[in-house]
Design a binder for this molecule. Sequence first.
Ligand code: NI
Length: 259
Amino acid sequence: MLLAHSTWKEVEAYLARSRGVVIPLGSTEQHGPIGKIGTDAQTAESVAHGLGARIDALVGPTLAIGVAQFNLGFPGTVSVRATTLMALIEDYVLSLARQGFERFYFINGHGGNIAPARAVFQDIYSGWSLGTRPGNAPRCRLRSWWEYPEANRLRHELYGAGEGMHATPSEIAITQHVDARMVDVARAGADAAPPVLPVEFIRDHGGDNHWDARTHRAAFPDGRVGSDSALARPEHGRALLEASITGAIDDYRAFLAEP
Ligand code: NI
């Protein structure tokens, strides 16, 4: 059930049977030579919409622009500051909390969103902890689509070290499954595998904790960060998406069932 396609009467009726809402969270940034700029929004949205099609869950509008300042050296990238994303998430949650929603389940497609989202969840709870907001505090959870155990196992089995950190074959495979044009794009532009990332780099820059845009483009001239994007296949994407949807359904249900 998509919020944007529902009437307010339908949302009111939904609230009588559930207090949960699912929100896709993405990014609009370069994804290497064969990855679309909307990869992170499309992967998160595909998982969320797949969940919403199978169980009685309301899926809110996708937040498609995230924190990606390090990719601004590549044409097409649009980034918001961390504080802007935090304000947007806060207003999104408080709008729906006012109407009775209590459990907010974010399905994320972009590493750079994780720290700001978790930080603003704490700020949202503060409104209740400090006694300035009435009633029950909402609860927020964020999961990235690749975290679900079967999806995580599958991407490492399929790609090993070639999975890398950005423009990963797993995320591109999902977009190839959802959008056949991306298969043609990949065929036309296969690139050699980039160097494997040193463990120290992964330690220091996990969660897209990268430097500024000029430094980033100099270090990763074609936009891939240790990822062999050319390994992506649409049939992998179908399996990865299925694993993520299944994992998300179980995890969302457990979140709603928490006392
Ligand atoms: Ni991505």
